[in-house]
Design a protein around this ligand. Sequence first.
Ligand SMILES: [Zn+2]
Length: 487
Amino acid sequence: MPENVLLVVFDALRFDRITSSDSAALTPNINEIFEDGEGFTNCFSCSNVTDSCLTTIMTGMYPTRHGITNHGAKISKANLEQVASTVPLAERLQPTHTTLGVNRKRNWHERGYDRYVNPNEWSKGSAMSALSGAVESLPGPLPEMIRTVYDETLSLYLSLQGESVTTDERLMKRELERFYPSAKSTTETAIDLLEGVEGPWYLNTHYWDAHIPYNPTVTPPEFIQERTYEDGDVKLDEAIEPIRGSRWAEELERAVGHADTIGDVKRLYDAGAWYADKEFGRLIDHLKEQGEYEETLIVLTADHGESLTEHGILFEHHGLYDVSTHVPLAIKAPGFSGSESGFVQHFDIVPTVLDLLETDYEPEEFDGQSLAPDEDGSRELERDAVYMESKHKSRKRAIRTADYKYIKRIGERTECRFCGIPHGDDQELYDLTGDPGETNNIIQTHPDVADELEEKMQAYVDGLPDTPRERIDFEPPEDQLRELGYF
Ligand SMILES: [Zn+2]
């Protein structure tokens, strides 16, 4: 039985990046876990936004069941109340493990951790970072007072750096949380947190470097600088033209407007994937140096993928196409080897971890199943389809089988809330065997296939329990209702 658990999430990392012809150079450390453990080649996220996907990863539940069907500022009080009744993985492991989280996401994502640190806060104030754990355990008003001093110090620090400074303490904190931490600070924070931990631990790290604005903090290696892409020479301005004037066009200008071509931006994305992998490798090296690698159960995945211009979606994860939902998943644990091509989804992770740790659970608590092989090494994966849905940019639901993808608009709005144009028709059907890029909607010529898939998709959704188990002991603070999204 493995002792420790390392769950690593690479934000927006597409599956095709770990299988590309130069993936041995692009993501060597991720690939090593695929080889050392087992690689799952057909893992699909249940949604296309971080808050929703991450909550599925941590609760083992489909989004409508855990409640976080949306993202950022669009999450409602009802959503928060629903997720409050779930038990995330960290909380399940807390009685037996020291639980450590390294991520910028706050609120319900923090539940169950003995220590949960935003690497930005950790690396920005070194004196504070060393003290932060101790500060939180101080009695009375002391932690709040110390935090105020910290905020004022940070304000001074930012002003000395020439950054714009707001005197509103809360806004300041939000600014800090919005800022994507670098892979380097994530790994360094993780190594710091592991120091001195006695006994089994559970560590969750989240690498943000492949998420727009793709700001690599180091110069990408030459092989990335020289990478070419089919549409790489298209001018970024030209690509943005169809969504000009939209909220997303403005954001893109701010985030990657410095780039000249599509290829320039794609190279930045790849640099982000490479850098996240490199720093993940440093964390793995640390475990090896400490003699802890062998006894650590490792699960790595991406919360969702990324559309790098496919379907007219520029450098974001709108839509339920494979580029945004087909994600890497590798598990390194006893009995896991080779590769598995059966359909799996993020909600399989929690039951798998609990199974491997020989922790009791009721199978009906989860929408997924344990992926741990039976004693004879076999695994029963009888799924013939995966399901997913989106709400944040446009309300859609999809079913994907080995042969087809069927996507249906289920909301009022036809256009993407960010791009101002629709992504796809109201109903889309793709023949994945001949059209893996999902470019040719065949719904008109194959209405019978679409009907069958729609029925199957509806039956799946109808079959999900309405609400999670009763267990409301978490009151969402007012702050959460005003949480910022991407902007
Ligand atoms: Zn869009």
